[in-house]
Design a protein around this ligand. Structure first.
Ligand SMILES: O=C(O)CCC(=O)C(=O)O
Ligand SMILES: [Mn+2]
Length: 231
């Protein structure tokens, strides 16, 4: 892990590292400017966020999510059988959003916060491919607290090795283009004790796309849409 960080220090902070991944566009900034020190931010977010412990439906079975979540922004969000009504933006979240938008060169209207309380919390392998995110979602993920390892797996090319990407506090990961079409990602449980970790995934959610998706007006397959046109 230390070697990894050393290697990434060779890159200028403002220049992202493009991950060498087939069928994906994933960029990584080891450290972005934050409104406040990262430990102040994580403490504030842990204490002031209206955290929810949600039940979700996966393959028709109901489970407790193995982490806490919160959804802030301008629109509701539906995934895995639940609808999250938005909590309003806070001054802190708006300030973080402005910084993330400047670095990522994209705009977002909502943020999903995930709170992994300790080593037992996790997120199953998934793609962020809900219709309301559009054909080629742009998702910016800011990490705070102890390092998390994001696991990325190609959906069909089994010969491609899974990628284990350590995400330290203050780092930003941008997933865009066809990343969600071809790859899944998740956070595994750990066997060793681990302190709190939070990530903020900024998204652009379209209310129109959601309505289209539920009204059975079929979207063309992803291949027919060029991601360049979406941005
Ligand atoms: O903690 C992470 O980096 C994963 C978050 C994620 O995949 C999500 O919110 O959809
Ligand atoms: Mn995700």
């Amino acid at each position: 892990m230390h070697n990894h960080r050393k290697m990434l220090d060779l890159f200028s902070d403002s220049q992202p590292q493009q991950l060498p991944m087939a069928d994906a566009d994933v960029r990584y900034w080891p450290q972005i400017d934050l409104v406040r020190a990262d430990h102040d931010l994580i403490n504030e977010l842990i204490e002031t966020t209206p955290w929810r412990h949600q039940q979700i439906v996966v393959y028709r079975k109901t489970h407790w999510q193995p982490r806490l979540t919160a959804w802030h922004g301008d629109v509701s969000y539906r995934y895995s059988g639940i609808t999250l009504p938005p909590a309003p933006w806070t001054p802190t979240l708006l300030a973080i959003k402005a910084q993330v938008e400047a670095v990522a060169e994209a705009t977002f209207n909502s943020v999903l916060l995930n709170y992994y309380r300790d080593q037992n919390d996790s997120m199953g392998m998934h793609s962020d491919d809900e219709p309301e995110l559009g054909a080629c979602p742009v998702i910016a993920s800011l990490s705070l607290g102890e390092e998390r390892t994001l696991l990325l797996k190609h959906k069909t090319q089994k010969a491609l090795k899974p990628i284990r990407l350590p995400l330290p506090s203050g780092s930003l990961l941008l997933m865009q283009g066809t990343t969600q079409t071809h790859w899944q990602h998740g956070i595994a449980k750990l066997s060793k004790p681990c302190g709190p970790r939070i990530n903020l995934t900024f998204r652009q959610v379209s209310a129109n796309e959601r309505m289209k998706g539920s009204a059975e007006t079929h979207q063309p397959p992803f291949e027919e849409l060029t991601c360049e046109n979406k941005r």
